[in-house]
Design a protein around this ligand. Structure first.
Ligand code: HEC
Length: 226
């Protein structure tokens, strides 16, 4: 039996294999699951943050002994409420298009993270959160422009550099992935069509931004006050 099984060259390769082949999908699913849970649980996260900090600070200041470990406030919210908070496939979008967007998001997840919150890389993040990003959920042309041309790195806020992905993704993939992002991670915005991306490719063909477009230039480039 074991003769058929070809061994990886080294324990390290073996480990890497298991991490890549098993770890990544499991991690992704786990993160998607968690994200979904928190979306369904509603916007309670933010409201809890402040009391949680106070609770954590209090026992440190009070000399009254170690029994007062602050239990995190339980969130007894059940998955029945707030069906709209998580966004989800907009009306008129086919399952195939939505699935294409979801699978194409793997390209973005490398930096923006499986949960869309920006992948943590040590103390910093690779990329900003997708949640409520004005560029993402605003004028479709702004989001398309950033994906086509990339976005300039103007400070050290993020570790990643987003190059233009216009050569690697076709119009349908860009439309689908943006539709997916605009309706995931707490966002809810109209779908972007393949035709809109095709038109934007033509419109922005002359935009010469080898290091990505600057944020400040986006409104002028798309010709609207955003
Ligand atoms: C190699 C890393 C990387 C990849 C891959 C990547 N991005 Fe980004 N993205 C960034 C970084 C970094 C920024 C912010 C740039 C800055 O301000 O320094 C950014 C910014 C953005 C923004 C603007 C967010 C805002 O602040 O409002 C959008 C929208 C966006 N990315 C969408 C995408 C989509 C969609 C994909 C996949 C098709 C993708 N990105 C892939 C790194 C990446």
């Amino acid at each position: 039996m074991s003769h058929d099984h070809s061994e990886p060259e080294s324990p390290l390769a073996k480990l890497l294999n298991s991490i890549l082949m098993l770890g990544a999908p499991v991690f992704l699913l786990a993160m998607l699951g968690l994200t979904g849970f928190f979306f369904v649980a509603g916007m309670g996260e933010k409201d809890e943050a402040a009391p949680a900090e106070q609770a954590a600070a209090a026992p440190a200041a009070a000399p009254s002994g170690g029994a007062g470990a602050p239990a995190p406030a339980a969130t007894p919210v059940v998955a029945a409420a707030a069906p709209k908070a998580a966004g989800g496939k907009p009306e008129g979008v086919t399952d195939a298009f939505w699935d294409l967007g979801k699978s194409s998001y793997a390209t973005c997840a490398a930096c923006h993270g499986p949960d869309g919150k920006g992948l943590q890389a040590g103390p910093a993040k690779m990329a900003p959160s997708m949640e409520k990003s004005p560029i993402l959920v605003g004028d479709p042309n702004g989001a398309i422009l950033v994906v086509l041309k990339g976005i300039a790195k103007e400070n050290m806020d993020f570790m990643g550099i987003m190059a233009g992905l216009g050569a690697g993704l076709n119009d349908e993939q860009i439309a689908a992935v943006l539709t997916y992002c605009r309706n995931s991670f707490g966002n809810s915005a109209p779908a972007i069509t393949t035709e809109q991306v095709a038109a934007a490719r033509t419109k922005f063909a002359a935009v010469n931004a080898p290091a990505g477009v600057k944020r400040a230039d986006i409104p002028a480039l798309i010709g609207s006050a955003q």
